[in-house]
Design a protein around this ligand. Structure first.
Ligand code: NAD
Length: 280
């Protein structure tokens, strides 16, 4: 049986562990926080139960799937994994430290993937002695539902690592898309400027948030307006990704909207804080 390790049991990590275990992999789910592990497992359990209620999963499956997930607080639990997917907090120094440690923990040949939204895969890879095995595996939220995995090839990622990662994503029932390592990859490079422009439109009084979102939903057939989506992602996260693109690509077209900065400074972060462009 194949083994995967997932680092970080938060929003993304528990979803990634869920899909690996559902496809029959043994999973080491690793987080420094016991509370995060407990919460992550509870989320997986309730998402599996929802799948049973919807009729997309047999009633005996949740127990079997959960039985394949071992929660652990030590990185050493990743030993023996074919692939490690790191989904810890989005902070460069933290990820660099994790990859330096993984380098020593994992066997030779283990693929070291990061789910980062905005940190350079090439820089993460440079922390290890095996940059050819390091790759981006950018899952979308919510992981069990969303089809896409953006697979990001770092400067030194080998063809074999890319092919194996594409195969793993397909084995998880996902559709991988291969892209190269530049700030924002493709998903955020195209999405964030649209969100940013929607915020400029609100700041300049072109239209209300409701009006902007309605135009994009009804006019462009987007399932969700850009401002509702920004609230869902978190306005602080949107700002951080725009900063990475602005700095990394050096092009003023990625300049974060001053209204976005102001809302983040005021603690209006979207859904998670109860207020963003909408109230929750
Ligand atoms: P989160 O805050 O929900 O979870 C992060 C988890 O990492 C926490 O449980 C924390 O305890 C754990 N952690 C911190 N330091 C650790 C360490 N040294 N070892 C092990 N675990 C550690 O964050 P999230 O939203 O799940 O994001 C995780 C990653 O996924 C980030 O890189 C983020 O950019 C990326 N991402 C997020 C989304 C999203 O919509 N939330 C989408 C795509 C990618």
């Amino acid at each position: 049986m194949s083994k995967a390790a997932v680092i970080g049991a938060g929003t993304m990590g528990n979803g990634i562990a869920h899909v690996f275990a559902q496809q029959g992999w043994e999973v080491a789910l690793i987080d420094v926080s016991a509370e995060a592990l407990e919460k992550g497992l509870a989320t997986i359990r309730s998402n599996l139960d929802r799948q049973v209620k919807k009729g997309s999963l047999a009633a005996d499956q949740p127990a079997l799937i959960l039985g394949r997930i071992q929660a652990d607080r030590q990185l050493e639990a990743a030993a023996g994994a074919e692939i490690v997917v790191e989904a810890a907090t989005e902070r460069p120094t933290l990820k660099f430290e994790i990859f330096r440690a993984l380098d020593g923990t994992c066997g030779s040949g283990t693929i070291l993937a990061s789910n980062t939204s905005s940190i350079s895969i090439t820089e993460i890879a440079a922390q290890t002695r095996c940059p050819e095995l390091v790759i981006g595996m950018h899952f979308m939220n919510p992981v069990p539902v969303m089809q896409l995995v953006e697979v990001i090839r770092g400067h030194a990622t080998s063809d074999a690592t890319v092919q194996q990662t594409l195969a793993v994503a397909r084995a998880l029932g996902k559709t991988p898309v291969e892209v190269n390592d530049y700030p924002g990859f493709v998903a955020n490079r195209v999405l964030l400027p649209m969100i940013n422009e929607a915020i400029f439109a609100v700041m300049e009084g072109v239209a209300t948030p409701e009006a902007v979102d309605t135009v994009m939903k009804l006019g462009m057939a987007h399932p969700m307006g850009p401002l509702a989506l920004a609230d869902f992602i978190g306005l602080d996260v949107c700002l951080a990704i725009l900063e990475v693109m602005h700095q990394g690509l050096g092009d003023p077209k990625y300049r974060p909207c001053p209204l976005l900065r102001k809302m983040v400074a005021a603690g209006e972060l979207g859904r998670k804080s109860g207020k963003g462009f909408y109230r929750y």
